[in-house]
Design a protein around this ligand. Structure first.
Ligand code: ADP
Ligand code: MG
Length: 254
C-alpha cells in the first residue's frame, strides 16, 4: 500500500501528517516506511539524527539506476518507523530529469525493489505539482490530501484534481483519492466551521471524519525528533492522529 501525502500548497500539514500517521501505524505493529520526496527534507530532519552523516539519499537512487533504495533507508528515531532519507540534493532532481523519457517513473521503478517488505509506504511530497510530485503520484495506490482549514484553503484544488486525472490517464489508472484531511482546525472560529462545509461540498464523503486541530504540541514535537505519540501521548493531537491512522487503515484495505 503506497500513499502519497500531497497538496501543492505549503504549510498545510503534509509533513506533520506523514510523520504522525506513519508513526501511529508503525506503533500498531505494521511494517511502515516513510519516504521523503521534499528537497526541504523536513520529514527526514524531524525523524533522523544527523542525516547529513549518510552519504547517499533518495536523489542518488532516483538518478542512478544502479543505486539501491534499501541503501538509503535508515531506522528513524521513531519506534518502528523506517525512513528513506532526502537531502537538499533532491532540489537537483527536476532539472536533472527534465527531458528523460522515464522521468516520471523513477520512484515507481525504485519501489519495485522493496516489493513485499513494507505494509504501508507513505510519501511526503513538496509543495509543487512538478516532476517530484508526479513521481509520487505515479508510484502511489492512493493520495491523501491535507487541507488547511483557512479562508483560501480550496484555492488550487482544481489544479491538484486535474493533475490527479492526468496521472490516471497517462500513467496510473488505479490511483485513488484515499481521503481529504482537514488540518490546523480551530473550532473556536465560525470561519473554521464554514470552511469545513465548503470542503465537504467539494469532496463529500472523502473528507475524513477526524479533523486535526491546531495544537502547540504538534508543532513542537519535530524539534525533538519525536512523533506526537511519544512527545505528548495524551494530547489532542495524538488522539486525532491515532483516529486518522485508523480511518486510513480501514479505507486502504489491502
Ligand atoms: P507542509 O509539509 O504541508 O508544508 P507542515 O506539516 O510542515 O506542512 O506544517 C507547517 C507548519 O505548521 C509547521 O511548522 C508545523 O509544525 C505546523 N503544524 C502542522 N500541523 C499543525 C497543527 N495541527 N497544529 C499546530 N501546528 C501545526
Ligand atoms: Mg512538508
Amino acid at each position: 500500500m503506497i500513499i502519497a501525502i500531497t497538496n501543492q500548497k505549503g504549510g498545510v500539514g503534509k509533513t506533520t501528517t506523514s510523520v504522525n500517521v506513519a508513526s501511529a501505524i508503525a506503533l500498531m505493529g505494521k511494517k511502515v516506511l516513510l519516504l521523503d520526496m521534499d528537497p526541504q527534507a523536513h520529514s527526514t530532519i524531524s525523524t533522523v539524527t544527523n542525516p547529513e552523516k549518510y552519504e547517499k539519499s533518495l536523489y542518488d537512487v532516483l538518478m542512478t539506476k544502479t543505486e539501491r533504495l534499501e541503501d538509503i533507508i535508515v531506522r528513524s528515531n521513531i519506534p518502528g518507523l523506517d525512513m528513506a532519507i532526502t537531502k537538499i540534493s533532491m532540489a537537483k532532481l527536476e532539472p536533472s530529469l527534465a527531458g528523460e523519457f522515464d522521468g516520471h517513473f523513477r520512484l515507481k521503478d525504485a519501489l519495485e525493489q522493496l516489493r513485499g517488505k513494507y505494509q504501508y509506504i507513505f510519501i511526503d511530497t513538496p509543495p509543487t505539482l512538478g516532476l517530484i510530485t508526479l513521481n509520487a503520484l505515479v508510484a502511489a495506490n492512493y493520495i491523501l490530501i491535507p487541507i488547511q482549514s483557512s479562508y483560501l484553503c480550496l484555492e488550487g484544488t482544481d489544479d491538484l484534481l486535474e493533475t490527479i486525472e492526468k496521472v490516471k490517464r497517462i500513467a496510473n489508472p488505479n490511483l485513488k483519492v484515499l481521503g481529504v484531511l482537514i488540518t490546523l482546525f480551530d473550532k473556536r472560529t465560525n470561519l473554521a466551521r464554514d470552511v469545513v462545509e465548503r470542503i465537504r461540498k467539494v469532496f463529500g464523503a472523502k473528507v475524513f471524519k477526524t479533523f486535526i486541530s491546531k495544537s502547540v504540541k504538534l508543532e513542537e514535537s519535530p524539534a525533538y525528533k519525536e512523533s506526537i505519540f511519544t512527545y505528548a501521548p495524551n494530547s489532542i493531537g495524538a488522539e486525532q492522529y491515532q483516529k486518522v491512522a485508523e480511518e486510513i487503515m480501514h479505507r486502504a484495505k489491502n
